[in-house]
Design a protein around this ligand. Sequence first.
Ligand code: FES
Ligand code: FES
Length: 158
Amino acid sequence: MEQTITLQVNGEGRTFQAQTDSTLLEVLRDLYGLHSVRETCGIGICGACTVLLDDLPISSCLVLAPMANGCRVTTLEGVGAGGRLHPVQQAFIDRMGFQCGYCTPGMVLSAIALLQEQADPAPSAIAEYLAGNLCRCGCYPRIIEAVRLAAERLARRA
Ligand code: FES
Ligand code: FES
């Protein structure tokens, strides 16, 4: 069965027909070509498919597209502005918060959500918040440093 669904994806209104059992992950990747949204486990464990749904990080492999109807969806493709990287993206580069980069889109989106909730999180709070995003390369110390750097830079801007 199909359903008409409307989403705001990275600031752009999108209306489409989707099977009622399509996941948000499938829609974002297959319909809109947003390949920063990655599928690994498909069962809500790894966080590689993280997107922001109305500013909250969720595993898009666990959300059926009709459940997101009327929501705002942000993927990594939508976080920069004016051709510039988001400060969290820049901090990940400056602190080398990645190795293979597979987990990075989900990590960056979760970190953005964290810094919207807590402007100055302690390393332990960062680790706790990012616990749902797994990094098989084990870059956690540098990821935490990157989030701290982004927090400091965002505080200087405010
Ligand atoms: S692919 Fe969605 S949590 Fe792993
Ligand atoms: S950088 Fe390779 S999985 Fe995190």
